[in-house]
Design a protein around this ligand. Sequence first.
Ligand SMILES: [Zn+2]
Length: 334
Amino acid sequence: MTKKSPITPTIPFDQDGVHHGFLKLPYSRDDSAWGAVMIPITVIRNGNGPTALLTGGNHGDEYEGLVSLFKLAGKLSPAEITGRVIILPAMNFPAFLNASRTSPIDKGNLNRSFPGKADGTVTQKIADYVLRHLVPEADIVLDLHSGGKTLDFIPFAAVHVLDDKEQEARCVNAMKAFAAPYSMMMLELDSVGMFDTVVEEAGKTFVTTELGGGGSTTAERVAIADRGVRNLLIHAGILTGDPDVPDDSGVMLDMPDGNCFVASVSGGLFEPCVDLGQMVTRGDLIARVYDANRTGGVPTEYKAPRDGIVACRHFPGLIKTGDCLAVIAEVVGK
Ligand SMILES: [Zn+2]
């Protein structure tokens, strides 16, 4: 038998108006015997119509989406919309408060925890609730990511190659409507347990993003998120108005195979030799890694595995063996 989720919303999902509240998840612990994790949520509804589920903070240190959705929750009025917008800006709320990718409570990586468990860890309980109670309500789902503390990306919206081509086309159209500077057909090396995977399996129109990173954000990147979210809501028929599509947006990128990823095979001091957004040719020097413990050694050199654009780079100044050093994506046009 399917277990009941311990999470209860403090606001209604089916009433018109703006409702700010919480998903209340009981969590008994040393500093709060009968305490709860209170995950902020906003539901804005105006009559019958499509529902968009907007999520950020799936990873707690990815700030572009977090900032944009906190902002939107305070600004969007029911008079502007038809249907419903569910805003969950800090999905893995304990991770967000801890400024970390994963939860400090159970080390749970929410984006590897789906479908989750009603009687599992705190992170598994969040996954279970979102999948069983929020995703079924939605016609379109947008999950905003960026690189967090360890990666930095050129700003792109992304979808996956799907078996169902009708669904894939819906997702691609929504991705294009978002109008990020880049649009990516994304390859996942590790898709088991991802929110993306379960939402796509539920047949929903799903768009994700990587909008920057480095464990902070910039005005430009937040503006890309703000614009994209509004464009997506217009595309979904929820928000009225004209989409804002800059001329230079929507450069199409592809990650056709695992050859796009460059993993570090040495640890030490990281020297990027190319920057994000730069075009490279196969064999170009893209980074050096120096032995951090002595001078005078020969650095390990990393070469571009293919022609393309530097879409992602390792962010911190130190790097470990096995870290993602860079992603070289293929530019396939507009
Ligand atoms: Zn993420």
